[in-house]
Design a protein around this ligand. Structure first.
Ligand code: NZQ
Ligand code: ZN
Length: 383
């Protein structure tokens, strides 16, 4: 096991009716900016619950943060925070709203070009504190220190991370899941599953606690998926999906293990260039990553095959093939198409990603083993 330091400061407030607890966890006397997305919270009752809980607080609103939050939109919020002396940010939404709010928190006091927060992975000395009311289980952003920001003007998408942008608290009421459209639930299930994969499917360095935890989260996602995807899911299914998605990327799995994240980095390019949903890009790329990196990941793919899918029959190579097939079938069972050609993306997209990674000198994966050449092979596999 590798050396590690671990601290996750986010308080989780979980369960039915917990949005009302906002008032017990916020301080009066500070100007709060409530951020949200395109308006789903106004249709499903979340907005009304939040506003009720915030009665008596000094709150301004900033709506319109889009899926794959855009730098130019977020800079408008940064400007308002500076002008109005906002002291606390409350994100009400999915990963995009929470990530966008983390960027606002990191940018308000930043001296310099705020895009550097993404390109130089830096933040202001002092970031604004933030909290969240999660409406969409998927990214784990509600309990982690990462954010991914898009810039449509340049067709770019980059991430940053800082301990200064952990939410102080996050409210997770599983009843928000009832209103999520089916394809968004599918995206969230695929995304959270692949978060676990990125921290698990690397090389085996004898980390049984992390591995059994990871397998437990993946099996929960697989078992819960059909129960969540129905039109009227029951509360327990929503609760288990929500907690699994948080645990997939709140850094409980990653201490002491080697991590990959190449599927994510390639996926971000597909979103930036083709506008595909985050979860969809991952479901397209992952089978290619597994196939092209099968030698380097052999021990872990065999462990995954046995412990997650119960595949034990055949030679090692046959077991690996079956595990890749089972993984792709799982994504397809969610209703996600898993080929680039399903989305009219072809050779020109692969060439553009190859060129971008070559120019940036990008190396990905555990130990930097996924070069731009490997990225090309991974994407060719997905045509
Ligand atoms: O904008 P609104 O109106 O809120 O609608 C959203 C949006 O259209 C809708 N939605 C959310 N909750 C809903 C709902 N609709 C009905 N009922 C509800 N309860 O769903 C749509 C998608 O929302 P979005 O926030 O974009 O989805 P998600 O949570 O998947 O976030 C995706 C973003 O997170 C980044 C992705 O790259 C992408 O930009 N990621 C962030 C990570 C992190 N911070 O650690 C890690 C991830 O790997 C990921 O990269
Ligand atoms: Zn993700």
């Amino acid at each position: 096991m590798n050396n590690f330091e671990f601290q996750n400061p986010t308080k989780i407030i979980f369960g039915k009716g917990t949005i009302a607890k906002l008032k017990d966890n916020l301080f009066k006397g500070e100007k709060i900016m409530m951020t949200y997305g395109g308006g789903s919270i106004k249709k499903n009752g979340v907005y009304d619950q939040v506003k009720k809980a915030l009665e008596g607080f000094d709150v301004i609103e900033f709506g319109g943060i889009e899926p794959n939050p855009d730098f130019d939109t977020l800079m408008k919020a940064v400007k308002i925070c500076r002008e109005q002396g906002v002291g606390f940010l409350l994100a009400v939404g999915g990963g995009s709203v929470i990530d966008g709010t983390k960027f606002i928190a990191a940018a308000v006091e930043y001296k310099g070009d705020e895009w550097e927060i993404l390109t130089k992975k830096t933040t202001a000395e002092e970031c604004l504190p933030l909290a969240s009311v999660l409406t969409m289980p998927a990214t784990g952003s509600e309990m982690n220190s990462n954010a991914v920001i898009s810039r449509r003007a340049t067709k770019e998408k980059f991430d940053f991370g800082s301990p200064k942008v952990y939410p102080v608290f996050s409210i997770l009421d599983p009843e928000v899941v009832y209103s999520i459209p089916k394809h968004q639930k599918a995206n969230g299930l695929a995304d959270s599953f692949i978060h676990v994969i990125e921290q698990y499917l690397t090389d085996d360095i004898n980390t049984p606690v992390q591995d059994r935890w990871a397998e437990g989260v993946m099996k929960t996602i697989i078992e819960t998926a059909p129960k969540v995807l129905v039109d009227k899911p029951d509360y327990d299914a929503c609760a288990n999906y929500m907690w699994a998605a948080t645990c997939a990327l709140n850094f409980f799995i990653s201490p002491g293990v080697n991590q990959d994240w190449s599927t994510h980095m390639i996926g971000h390019e597909l979103t930036a260039l083709c506008g595909l949903d985050h979860g969809v890009t991952l479901a397209i790329v992952l089978p290619g990553t597994m196939r092209v990196m099968r030698k380097e990941k052999k021990a872990k793919i065999l462990m995954y095959a046995k412990n997650v899918f119960g595949i034990t029959q055949g030679s090692d190579e046959e077991i690996i093939d079956k595990a890749i097939e089972a993984t792709e079938k799982f994504f397809q069972s969610l209703g996600i198409k898993t080929r680039l050609s399903d989305y009219n993306a072809g050779q020109e997209v692969i060439d553009e990603i190859y060129n971008r990674f070559e120019k940036r000198g990008t190396v990905l994966g555990e130990h930097g083993i996924v070069t731009h050449e490997k990225v090309r092979q991974i994407l060719q596999d997905r045509l």
